[in-house]
Design a protein around this ligand. Sequence first.
Ligand code: UDX
Length: 440
Amino acid sequence: MNITVIGCGYLGAVHASAMAELGHRVVGVDVDPDKVAALSEGRPPFHEPGFTEILQRNIGSGRLTFTTDFATIGGAQVHFITVGTPQGPSGAADLTYVHAAIEAMLPHLGRCTDGAEVVAGKSTVPVGTAARLEPVIASTGALLVWNPEFLREGFAVEDTLHPDRMVYGLPGEPDGAERARAVLDELYAPILAEGIPRLLMDYPTAELVKISANAFLATKISFINAMASICDAAGGDVTSLARAIGMDTRIGHRFLRAGIGFGGGCLPKDIRAFQARAEELGVGEALEFLAEVDQINEETRHHALVKARSMLGGSLNRARVAVLGAAFKPDSDDIRCSPGLAIASELVDEGAQVVVTDPAAAPILARDVDLPYDVADDLEDALTAADLIVLATEWTQYTHCDPVWAATLVNGRNIVDGRNALNPKAWREAGFTYAAIGRQ
Ligand code: UDX
């Protein structure tokens, strides 16, 4: 099928490449000429395992191209909207890019001769957006579907090609719904053939599936971080607690890793946008708990700081601190809402001399000349002469770091394990004072 992907950021670039991998002819459109140039040359603008391979393979096969020219979308059968919906000043999602994409697309819709033409929204939008956009799209003869994406950074290719489920938010009119469903089923046929469940629903429910899934995941993380605070106060161990409660299949093990909290481009902004939308709908109180979830997430970073301070005798002033990890999670170079960088800034505010390192994000950080901390190219550089280490992102390079080797580099043997990812016994045996989150 001929398809287009509007917005070639994280979601769009991966989606475009994955759709080409399925055998479709794909044009990715973006307003940023630098991004289009990089992608066209097979250079990924971000770090994502497996992405370079599918990008280059499909450019090579001629099935995947990138352009800034919206006129090229004319005649294609499916157009995906994959632009960003960042957090606006009030906390609500900013839909500027969605509206700009639709406006740029409109003159070129209605030219498909292969069958029903579908516009498929993938961006995370406030509930009610699709219903508002539908008449505009329908005026061109195209059908609107809301088809949210659940991809995780670090697993984006895998999650796009082998998702847990597919969600189609379909038009209310039955004939249009049926024609739109058939087009998406044909497009996704190789994925659906694996037996992936495909759920049909209305627009608002499809929009809500995405944002409520992220709200639930954020709540699960903040729940275990709240338990970590209780464990700290009561002398318990949150990792044993999580293992035990996770064995109840109703609870499950995943997303119960206590630490310095969640970051990234999705969970923090989505829980705020969801609250703002609930307020607009007059049911703000239903999501008041998400403010607590957000608050716990902020506080968990402070707990790491408190531990760091007490480890150095009550003051971080002039201490050299190595922060390991700037990406919000491993296998990503995304530093949006990074818990590690938030801690690094607070350490600087307390007078510490901070050096941050990250296997993927360090070069991105180093481009910023106004940083309040230093950036080290590698682990050895970061550890050299450190009085204290803070593990902020559980990259394997860091979790496999030999404490005996680390001990030969540092000035003071102190480590705060912000991700409960290290072996306390091994670090203590190497002479380190070790502290973690919710663990003795
Ligand atoms: C998330 C959703 O998982 C994904 O389905 C959605 O499409 C986009 O948002 P992502 O932002 O890539 O994906 O990261 P995720 O794996 O969800 O992790 C988010 C944050 O939570 C990270 O900072 C991670 O370190 C943290 N986290 C995760 C924990 O602190 N504890 C956990 O147990 C799990």
